[in-house]
Ligand binder design. Structure first.
Ligand code: ATP
Ligand code: MG
Length: 133
């Protein structure tokens, strides 16, 4: 059952599905309720960004093992417009859509590892990991 699962994000219902997937896997891996909530919130923000800015993309959640250290890895990838200035996009309050600009910095705070790769015109990939404590 510990396999990778993914949800294609094309509509708002898919955002709910991605959340559910994160909830199930984090529970199964033994994360406490608070960390389950952190993970599902992070997934929600990443999926919402895909839906809003890239139209469609994929959220993948999978168990992750780094030399015996177990965690849950979330990957968000899309072939949307990409992010011109990643440093700015990571600032609290930076938004191009009249949002709160809290999504990406929030995901970084909620998760333990956070990496973002994005190129204007070719898409965005974000990898975030939460370690099991
Ligand atoms: N997948 C993506 N593709 C292209 N641009 C993105 C993507 N995700 C985020 N961005 C850009 O980064 C900015 C910051 O994203 P962030 O999620 O932090 O804030 P927001 O979506 O504007 O507002 P909030 O998430 O608080 O409602 C966005 O306004 C958008 O310009
Ligand atoms: Mg957002």
């Amino acid at each position: 059952m510990h396999t990778q699962s993914c949800v294609e994000i094309k509509n708002e219902w898919n955002i709910v599905q991605a959340r559910q997937l994160g909830r199930e896997l984090s529970k199964e891996l033994g994360f406490q309720t608070v960390d389950q909530a952190r993970i599902t919130t992070a997934i929600s923000e990443l999926a919402r960004n895909i839906y809003l800015y890239a139209n469609d993309g994929i959220i993948t959640v999978e168990p992750f093992n780094n030399m015996g250290k177990l965690g849950l890895k979330v990957v968000s990838s899309d072939k949307g417009p990409g992010i011109k200035d990643i440093r700015k996009a990571m600032e609290d309050g930076y938004t191009t859509s009249g949002g709160l600009g809290a999504g990406l910095p929030g995901v970084k705070r909620l998760m333990d590892e956070f990496k973002i790769h994005s190129q204007e015109g070719s898409g965005t990939e974000i990898v975030a990991i939460k370690w099991l404590r």
